[in-house]
Design a protein around this ligand. Structure first.
Ligand code: SAH
Length: 552
């Protein structure tokens, strides 16, 4: 089975070993501590938070540090419900490979593979595994066992019992089990439950529980139906809803609760013979245990995210999470690059196409196919960026598949805030954000707003201040503002904030000329109250929280 582990290092000395381990897994990423291992693929500021986030997402974890550190970091999460991903600690010099958690998620297999890759012996401590060379309780994907029953049979075998296998467990062929044609114990593969204490039933995940979209069923009703049909709960492969994918919050919770995917099919006819039926629910038994993934589609999602100004530390964790989970990523090429690194299995649709509505339509089409799609903007997606275009496309659409997509707008730090923070607090009092681009609104509207904002003594932050195709607009805007504000009005110019070429210039309205500004610049024009002062070697600009009592 291929996995995509997150490899953690605390310092640069562990990086070479991390890279060596990374070779064994395509798409794996190395996480390094900020300031200590900046050459890693992803840097984190807090080891505990970063590790726990990966764990909660179910990512396999390989940590190149003391096992104790990993155990202490994850201890509080171990009692949480949910799947336990494989977690391994590996000595920085590659001399020890220690599987820690995720016995049922194949951690021993990973330990064996890695140890083999590194030329050492894995530290396997599972008795059944040591004796039989395999873990009976960890069948291949698509199969599940009843753990209580399984543990009982494994300890019987460890105690000297023999076992009888039949043809349908090919993955146990090479195991070193105490086989006997008429063994004391039996291993069988079946979706049905068994009460026989001497039989280990391996359940293929073949049962599909199908619900109409306007019906909600409870956990009790589902359990009851499975039990009435004598089917084992472990055989459940998917919860199926008929119709176009849409929000079905209660069923989504139920699917999460029982740990199966929620899929949508046009017609229940494709699900195979009905095994059990009530008014709300039908149970079907498919003949293939990989059926859940190919049965219908998932409800797709579209996250419209803001990357912030550029620096990784200024990106919201919710954005990083959406990017990590994405199957498709769309956006301007520069921003898609900024959002990386990506795994090999993620599809990038970078464009220099300025047609925002077309891009929004492309995103909805992908999401309507059941894919997890992320659309990236710089700064905040709702500030002169893609979120409004996406909503405009959705409002104009009568495609029920688009309206069924799980749409989320995830905020980011907008350029005005990022630039303001570099200068101090110029937005410390009332302010407005204005785009000087007249591509999508008439210049007269912009002038009207500038006049009112100037008259109201608002601090103004200008987006899209100037470009090759809009060379005169900024000069005209400044002329207009000079009619209201004094030449010593404070001005902040922030260029490429949060990016390698970042620069900041503090000036005044009297000295400001359009040639100091380009399309990568944020222009902040202070109010009559905005001030500048020096402290030590630097200067600060801020707008006080108060106004003089005698002002307008
Ligand atoms: N959604 C973005 C804004 C897009 S409009 C946001 O919320 O920040 C593009 C304009 O934003 C640019 O012309 C520039 O004025 C400003 N801008 C975007 N990123 C910037 C950065 N890193 N530094 C300075 N200005 C930036």
């Amino acid at each position: 089975m291929t996995i995509t582990p997150s490899i953690f290092v605390l310092g640069a000395s562990a990086l070479p070993m991390a890279r060596r381990i990374q070779e064994a897994y395509s798409g794996a990423r190395v996480f390094g501590l900020q300031g200590r291992a900046d050459a890693a693929d992803v840097t984190y500021a807090n080891f505990g938070e970063a590790l726990r986030q990966q764990y909660r997402q179910g990512s396999p974890i390989i940590a190149l540090c003391a096992a104790g550190i990993v155990i202490r970091t994850l201890a509080a999460l171990l009692t949480e419900k949910g799947a336990e991903p494989p977690v391994l600690a590996i000595a920085e010099d590659g001399s020890a490979v220690v599987p820690l958690l995720g016995g049922l998620a194949g951690v021993n297999e990973i330990a064996k593979t890695l140890a083999n890759h590194l030329g050492v012996a894995p530290a396997i401590t599972t008795s059944g595994e040591l004796r039989f060379g395999t873990c009976l309780l960890n069948p291949p994907p698509g199969y599940a066992v009843d753990l209580e029953q399984g543990k009982r049979v494994v300890s019987d075998l460890l105690g000297g019992a023999t076992v009888q296998l039949n043809e349908d467990t090919p993955w146990l062929k090479n195991a070193d089990l105490p086989l006997a044609a008429r063994g004391d114990r039996r291993v069988v593969v079946s979706p049905y439950r068994s009460e026989d204490p001497h039989t280990l039933v391996i359940h293929p995940r073949v049962v599909l529980a199908c619900v109409a979209p306007d019906r909600d069923i409870s956990r009790e009703a589902l359990d009851h139906a499975l039990s009435a049909a004598r089917l084992a709960p472990q055989s459940l492969a998917a919860l199926i809803v008929t119709g176009v994918p849409q929000a079905v919050p209660k069923l989504a919770l139920l699917a999460q609760d029982v740990g199966v995917p929620l899929r949508f099919v046009d017609d229940a006819g494709v699900l195979g013979p009905v095994e059990w039926e009530t008014q709300d629910l039908s149970l079907h038994v498919a003949n293939d245990s990989t059926c859940a993934d190919s049965m219908g589609i998932a409800r797709g999602s579209l996250h419209v995210v803001g990357l912030g100004p550029g620096a990784a530390g200024y990106m919201a964790p919710a954005v990083r999470q959406a990017l990590d989970a994405a199957q498709d990523v769309l956006g301007y090429e520069t921003y898609v690059k900024m959002a990386g690194p990506f795994r090999g299995d993620q599809c990038l649709h970078a464009s220099d196409n300025r047609e925002e509505l077309q891009r929004a339509a492309h995103a909805f089409e992908l999401a309507a196919q059941g894919r997890r799609v992320v659309m990236v903007s710089s700064g905040d997606p709702g500030v002169f960026a893609m979120a409004a275009a996406v909503l405009e496309a959705l409002e104009a659409s009568d495609d029920s598949r688009w309206h069924g997509v799980a749409l989320h707008i995830v905020p980011g730090i907008t350029a005005a805030m990022a630039a303001a923070s570099c200068a101090g607090a110029p937005l410390g009092h009332d302010f407005c954000l204005i785009s000087l681009s007249d591509n999508l609104k008439p210049w007269s509207v912009i002038e009207h707003r500038l006049r009112h904002a100037s008259a109201a003594d608002l601090v103004m932050a200008f987006y899209n201040p100037i470009s090759k195709s809009r060379p005169w607009q900024l000069g005209q805007a400044l002329d207009l503002i000079r009619g209201y504000r004094a030449p010593d009005t404070q001005v902040v110019l922030g260029r490429d904030i949060g990016r390698p070429a970042e620069s900041l210039k503090l000036t005044t309205l009297g000295e400001l000329t359009p040639d100091q500004v380009d399309m990568r610049t944020m222009v902040i024009i202070g109010s009559s109250q905005t001030r500048r002062f020096s402290s030590g070697k630097r200067e600060w600009v801020y707008s006080p929280r108060w106004y003089p009592a005698d002002s307008r």
